[in-house]
Design a protein around this ligand. Structure first.
Ligand code: PGA
Length: 251
């Protein structure tokens, strides 16, 4: 059986009460499994309720969808690492394509967020991925490596080793177009080589994300290069997410 990280990104949905109901249902469907870690990324307002709902499950961790790098102060609307940590969350997404392409997050900003999370003892789940135009122009590798290098600027090897990575091709997110397992594995191989060159162990974890569903999950994690999944749409119901987890477990 593979060691896997299976992560649910709820984006801008799931209220605190809905998170409680979701967890109660999901927990009856999915038992802990050795070597498999589950993450949930609820909207900020539902972090605490999600943490509480999974308190009895050591295999479940909860993270924020974004953070700001300053610890406190006059930054209206922003969420600091200490505020996230105070909810009991264990990490945060950084550089999700919607932060980059809808909200204009820059590569230097992703780096500051990664640094702030590491300094605060939380796990960054850094997302990288190319636009369709990049892929069609043969720039996939150069784009994801540029994003990775930018996000890890200034980190020492021991810090790089604490970063989780997700490869999420932008053209596959929420579109129903999934990368083939072979295409995902190819990009993961390149990312892993760079991660190890920067100090991460060879078995550093690299997740795939983008239109994952119960039908394609097992084919993706069957690739030894794919250490887990980051899932949006298919994680929004407990039965849907349980179906993805079950399919990945079976790979
Ligand atoms: P999707 O989203 O599974 O709905 O494509 C993935 C993500 O944005 O993390």
């Amino acid at each position: 059986m593979r060691d896997l990280i299976l992560a649910a990104n709820w984006k801008m949905q799931v209220t605190p009460a809905e998170a409680r109901d979701y967890a109660a249902d999901f927990l009856t469907r999915v038992r802990p499994r050795l070597g498999r870690e589950l993450w949930f990324f609820p909207p900020a307002v539902s972090l605490e309720s999600t943490v509480r709902s999974f308190l009895d499950r050591a295999d479940v961790r909860v993270g924020a969808q974004d953070v700001y790098w300053e610890a406190k102060g006059p930054f209206t609307g922003a969420l600091s690492v200490p505020l996230v940590a105070a909810t009991g969350a264990a990490g945060a997404l950084v550089g999700h394509s919607e932060r980059r392409h809808v909200f204009g997050e820059t590569e230097p900003e992703t780096a500051r967020k990664v640094q702030a999370l590491l300094a605060g003892g939380l796990v960054p789940l850094l997302c990288v991925g190319e636009l369709l135009a990049d892929r069609e122009a043969g720039r996939t590798e150069s784009v994801v490596l540029r994003q990775l290098d930018a996000a890890l600027t200034g980190l020492i090897p021991a810090q790089v080793a604490r970063v989780l990575l997700a490869y999420e091709p932008v053209w596959a997110i929420g579109t129903g177009k999934v990368a083939t397992p072979a295409d995902a594995a190819q990009v993961h191989r390149i990312l892993r080589a760079r991660m190890t060159a920067l100090g991460a162990p060879a078995r550093c974890r690299i997740l795939y994300g983008g239109s994952v569903n119960p039908d394609n999950a097992s084919g993706l994690v069957a690739e030894p290069e794919v250490d887990g999944l980051l899932v949006g749409g298919a994680s929004l119901t407990p039965e849907g997410w349980a179906a993805v987890v079950t399919a990945a477990d079976a790979a």
